[in-house]
Design a protein around this ligand. Structure first.
Ligand SMILES: [Zn+2]
Length: 97
């Protein structure tokens, strides 16, 4: 699922515009709508790179959730909210002090 979402990403080699083959496809396959240049899969978005990122997440990042929760130092935020809303939520406890 996440692999599908990430491997669909394409970037313009010239202007840097980004597309997604399923969600926001360009009008012409692999051609940038804005400047007409070719679209490529960035190294970051290649399946093998994504697999490595997932392994790193599960072995190194995810254990921190348990670690900080045990200490009572974990705050969680809904990443599907808007940037403005999340920023406000994160800043709330800081601004009180
Ligand atoms: Zn472009």
């Amino acid at each position: 699922m996440i692999l599908h979402r990430l491997t669909g990403r394409r970037a313009c080699i010239s202007c840097g515009a980004t597309y997604h083959t399923a969600n926001t496809p360009p009008k012409k396959t692999d051609i940038c709508d804005l400047c007409g240049s070719s679209l490529v899969i960035r190294d970051d978005d290649k399946p093998e790179t994504i697999q490595m990122r997932l392994v790193t997440y599960h072995t190194q990042s995810r254990p921190l959730i348990t670690y900080y929760r045990k200490q009572g130092n974990l705050e969680t935020y809904d990443g599907r909210e808007s940037v403005e809303k999340i920023t406000e939520e994160i800043l709330k406890p800081v601004q009180k002090t």
